[in-house]
Every structure is written in C-alpha cells, then in structure tokens.
Write a new protein. Structure first.
Ligand code: F6P
Length: 300
C-alpha cells in the first residue's frame, strides 16, 4: 500500500512537470499561428529602432516579439524571458521556474524575398545557461508551417487546419550528404576553407539559404550533413547567438543523435557572459563533426 502511494505521488509529480512544459508548448503553438498570420499579411517596413546586434529592426520582428511576450505572459511557470529583439531580460513571473530565450523571427530579412524563416526557443530551468537547458523548440515558416520540439526525443509537428499535428520522431543518420557553410568566405581561415572543400570533394551538396532555421531543418530532415558558422576575421566570436540560436539547436541536434561543437568543444558545455554573446558553431551528424574536430584540433 505504501509502495503504491509512493508510486501515485511520483506520478502526480511527473504529471505536474509535464503540464508546465505542456503550457509552454501550447504558448509556442499559439505564438506560431499568430506569427504565421503576421508574416502573411503584414507590410514589411523598417522601424527606426536597432536591436542589440546593431541591425535595424523590421516592424515584423517587433510584432513577432510582442506576440511571443504576450503568450508567455499568460504562462505562470515562465520566470524570465530574453529575446533577440530586447536589450535586457524581462521577469514575467517570479514564482516560475523556466527561463526562455527566443529569437522571434530568425532570418527575417529573407521574408521580402519569400524564403523560409523561423522562430527559435531555448527553455532553461532555474537560470539561463547551456547546462540548464531542458528543452528546445523551433518553428519553420515556409510553404508549410512546421514545429520541432526536443525534450527527451525530437518530434516534428505540421500545422494543419489551425492545429499542430504530430508527424514523426526525428533521428539523424551517422553520415549525411549536405553541406551548409556560413559566413563570408573571404574571411574564413584557410584551414576552414580546406575543411569545407573536403566535403564537396567527397560528393556533399551545397545547401545554404542564409536562414539558420530552414538550413538546419533541412539537414535534420534529409538525414544529416554539416552546418557551420565559424570564427571569421571580421567576426572572431562567430555571428550566431548562444542563448537564442546556438544552444537551442545544439540541444535539438544532440537529442536527435547528432553533435554540436564550437570547433573543439561541445556547445552545451559553454558559458556566456552577456545574453547576446555569440559563438562559432558546427552542427551535424557524427561523421562530419568528427572531421571538424580533427581539423580544428590541429589548427585552431
Ligand atoms: O541570425 C542570423 C542569420 O540570419 C542566420 O539565420 C543565418 O544562418 C545567418 O545569419 C546567415 O549569415 P551569413 O549571411 O553571414 O551567412
């Protein structure tokens, strides 16, 4: 009897945790549906504001940021949010245990040429930081709207008639065929160029749209490959932001059986000093990441 009560208590605790994550999952879905509509109907003008990375914010970026903040404000388990569009983090509910860092509309300048864009979410427990990450999610707004949510497994959902429907679990293969090399080539280190070329020499195909979300999504869904955004002479700390872009995708790739490194170290072992800190990053299947490690161990 005591054992059974203990079991029920454990179940209750487990369900409670599940419900809190469920609320976040629901809030992301609601945001995604509203953002999809905003992309479809909104004129894309430039605002007078700049974000903390010095980029002029599109009105659409600001609108998407507001949508997510509004939906997250209704979820009491969310303590603090940090957005790529906000200079500082914001406390929503002091009692909440989750900290969420998000990029409301990554690659937003691609909307005016009608390429895919996305929202990225890193969900942290107790504080921001790679080691505190408990789940990650991204949404791709392309011809279709898809959502990928990673907790213990990585799952793909498709927006159908205003509801996200589960499609399948995602698992990366050991070796892929796609190569997505980011950054200005002129500013790559010579050993990085050799590394990228070595994959093409092996038959890898180039896939790079300039949107991190669709580029990484394509590699995940087409079985594997490599996405790289290295340190360059003009951006020695890389371009992509740790909390909003790099850590969430590292979590998704690792949960899906792939790897994510900065050249030498696992991305999820890195710290951060400021919420907008960046890092060089490589995401891929095991085969490609091992090659990156070999080259970077010798050169970096
Ligand atoms: O976050 C910025 C971003 O737009 C990413 O989505 C994308 O991967 C990257 O910049 C592209 O940068 P670049 O044009 O330097 O390759």
């Amino acid at each position: 009897m005591t054992l059974y009560r203990g079991y029920l208590k454990m179940q209750k605790k487990f369900n409670k945790k599940d419900n809190k994550m469920r609320d976040i999952f629901d809030a992301i879905q609601k945001s995604a549906k509203r953002i999809r509509k905003a992309i479809d109907i909104k004129d894309i003008g430039y605002s007078q504001q700049e974000n903390s990375s010095g980029e002029t914010q599109l009105e659409l970026d600001i609108k998407c940021d507001m949508i997510i903040e509004e939906e997250f404000s209704k979820v009491s388990s969310i303590n603090t949010i940090a957005s790529e569009e906000k200079e500082h983090e914001e406390v929503l509910h002091v009692e909440g245990k989750y900290y969420i860092a998000y990029d409301p509309l990554d690659g937003s300048s691609l909307v005016d040429v009608n390429l895919s864009v996305g929202s990225i979410f890193g969900i942290y427990e107790g504080a921001f930081g790679a080691e505190k990450m408990v789940a990650a999610c991204y949404v791709v707004y392309g011809p279709r709207t898809e959502m990928v949510f990673s907790e213990n497994k990585t799952k793909l959902y498709l927006l159908q008639a205003d509801e996200f429907e589960f499609v399948k679990e995602i698992q990366l293969t050991e070796k892929g065929k796609l190569n997505a090399p980011g950054g200005t080539q002129q500013n790559w280190e010579p050993y990085h160029k050799e590394l990228v070329d070595s994959f093409f020499a092996e038959g890898y195909r180039l896939r790079y749209s300039g949107g991190m979300v669709p580029d990484l999504h394509q590699i995940l869904l087409k079985g594997g490959g490599l996405f790289s955004y290295p340190a360059t002479s003009d951006k020695p700390a890389g371009k992509l932001r740790r909390l909003f872009e790099v850590f969430p995708f590292a979590f998704v790739y690792k949960t899906s059986g792939g790897e994510a490194i900065n050249g030498t170290s696992d991305l999820l072992t890195l710290g951060f000093a400021h919420i907008h800190d960046t890092s060089p990053c490589f995401f891929g299947s095991k085969y490609e990441i091992n090659r990156v490690k070999e080259v970077y161990a010798k050169n970096a």
